[in-house]
Ligand binder design. Structure first.
Ligand code: RB5
Length: 145
């Protein structure tokens, strides 16, 4: 599996944590930035991550800003993206099993590194259940056109 990961300044520290988790899990990733602590605009990093997923350049994406909200809104504008904003482990598992989410959003100002690592680990290692859930995702794709 290959993952694209991006953050703004509000998510930069948490992004480093998640990159270190992916190193431990031997999951390869591409970091699209940001590389600094200066104030940047989250869409400049959220769109590239989402586009890499939508274009099948990578399998999944992870986007992190202060709340995760801006990043999730931006990512979900890209056709084919099912971005889930997650701050608990139950939702991390459920959104993979039920929604087949292909981008994970988290807020670096909302949760600490320990919980974020647990969430990311579960999200990265849980498979989509398919079945009745596939039909529901197809309805979203049909609406999207
Ligand atoms: C940046 O200050 C902040 O607005 C951003 O990180 C994010 O929380 C937006 O949703």
């Amino acid at each position: 599996m290959k993952v694209a990961i991006g953050s703004d300044h509000g998510g930069a520290n948490l992004k480093d944590e998640i990159k270190s988790l992916m190193d431990e899990l031997q999951i390869s990733y591409e970091d699209v930035g940001c590389d600094c602590n200066d104030s940047v605009d989250y869409p400049d990093y959220g769109f590239p991550v989402a586009e890499k997923v939508a274009n099948n350049e990578v399998d999944r994406g992870i986007v992190i800003c202060g709340t995760g909200i801006g990043m999730s809104i931006a990512a979900n504008k890209v056709k084919g993206i099912r971005c889930a904003l997650v701050h608990d482990v139950f939702s991390a598992k459920a959104t993979r099993e039920h929604n087949n989410s292909n981008v994970l959003a988290m807020g670096g100002r909302i949760i600490g590194p320990g919980l974020a690592r647990e969430i990311a680990k579960v999200w990265l290692t849980t498979e989509f259940e398919g079945g009745r859930h596939a039909k529901r995702i197809e309805k979203i794709a049909d609406y999207e056109g």
